[in-house]
Design a protein around this ligand. Structure first.
Ligand code: NAP
Length: 254
C-alpha cells in the first residue's frame, strides 16, 4: 500500500506538532506549507514548502499535481484567506479537508473583556479605555492604530513593524511562549492601561490575559473571523484520529 499523502497548512504550533506526529510513520507522507511571512520560522520536521499557492486555483492545482489525499488546515485562527481557499480548493478537487482550530479564549471569572469585530473597532474603542496600550495584534494591523497620536503603544511583534505606525511607540520583538511573571512585569513596567489582542487562543500567548486580569488592565479583544462549514477538530490528537478514519491507516500509536 502506498503512503497516504497529507498536506498540512501551517504556521502554528499545532501544525508543527501534527507534522511531528506523522512524519516518521511509513504509512504517511507529509508536507507542511508555510506562507513565508517570517524570516526565520520555526520549521516543522519533514518536507516543507514555502510561499502562497496562487489563490484557490493554485492550491487546487497543487493538490492535483502532488496527488494529496487529505488536507489539514492548521493555520492561525486569523488566517482567514487561506482557510477559505483551502475549503474551496479541497471541495473542487474532492480531497477531504480538516480544519484544526484551537478553542478561543474565555474571560476569567469576574473579568469583562471588550469584544470587537475588527481592529478598526478596537482603535475606536481605545479612546474610552486608556492612553497606554500593549498591542499584541501582529504587525499586519499596526497601520490601523497609526493615527492615534494621543496614545502610547508597546508593540510586540515577531518581525519588525513597517510604516505607517503610531507616532508614540516602543517595539518589542519577541515570540511566545510567554510567562505570567514576564507579562506582569511588562504591564507594570510600562504602566499599561489596556491590552489589545486577537482571540488567538492556546497556551503560548495566554499569560498576558492572566496578568491583565490580576492587575486590572482592560482587555480589548478582536473576535475571530467566521470559518467555512468543514470538519473541524480542536487539537492534534483529534486531527490524527480524523486522518486515521478518513484515510483508513489504522492507529498511529506505537
Ligand atoms: P491569510 O491572510 O489567510 O493568507 C494570505 C495569503 O497567504 C493566502 O491567500 C495564501 O496565498 C498565503 N498563505 C497563508 N497561509 C499559508 C500557508 N500556510 N501556506 C501557503 N500559503 C499561505 O494568512 P495570514 O494571516 O497572512 O497568515 C499567514 C501565515 O501566518 C499563516 O500560515 C498563519 O498560520 C500564520 N500566522 C498568522 C497569524 C495571524 O494573526 N494572522 C498569526 C500567527 C501565524 P495564496 O492565495 O497565494 O495561496
Amino acid at each position: 500500500m502506498s503512503a497516504a499523502r497529507v498536506l498540512i497548512l501551517g504556521g502554528t504550533g499545532e501544525a508543527r506538532a501534527l507534522a511531528t506526529e506523522l512524519v516518521d510513520r511509513p504509512a504517511w507522507w507529509v508536507v507542511s506549507s508555510l506562507a513565508g511571512r517570517v524570516r526565520e520560522p520555526r520549521l516543522p520536521p519533514g518536507q516543507v514548502r514555502v510561499g502562497g499557492f496562487g489563490g484557490v486555483a493554485g492550491l487546487a492545482g497543487y493538490l492535483r499535481e502532488q496527488r494529496i489525499n487529505a488536507v489539514v488546515d492548521a493555520t492561525h485562527p486569523f488566517a482567514a484567506v487561506i482557510t477559505c481557499s483551502a475549503a474551496e480548493a479541497a471541495e473542487a478537487v474532492g480531497v477531504p479537508l480538516l480544519l484544526l482550530r484551537r478553542p478561543g479564549w474565555t474571560a476569567p471569572e469576574g473579568a469583562s473583556w471588550h469584544w470587537v469585530p475588527t481592529l478598526a473597532a478596537a482603535a475606536e474603542a481605545l479612546t474610552e479605555l486608556g492612553e497606554r496600550v500593549f498591542l499584541t495584534t501582529g504587525r499586519g494591523g499596526l497601520a490601523t492604530f497609526a493615527h492615534l497620536d494621543e496614545h502610547w503603544f508597546l508593540v510586540r511583534t515577531v518581525e519588525p513593524p513597517v510604516p505607517p505606525t503610531p507616532a508614540r511607540m516602543r517595539v518589542l520583538r519577541d515570540r511566545g511562549p510567554f510567562s505570567v511573571a514576564g507579562e506582569r512585569a511588562l504591564l507594570t513596567g510600562h504602566r499599561i492601561d489596556v491590552l489589545v489582542t486577537k482571540d488567538s487562543g492556546g497556551q503560548m500567548t495566554a499569560a498576558k490575559l492572566t496578568a491583565a486580569h490580576e492587575l486590572g488592565v482592560a482587555v480589548l479583544i478582536q473576535a475571530r473571523p467566521a470559518i467555512p462549514e468543514v470538519a473541524t477538530e480542536p487539537d492534534v490528537a483529534a486531527a490524527v484520529r480524523w486522518l486515521e478514519q478518513v484515510l483508513g491507516r489504522g492507529s498511529l500509536h506505537r
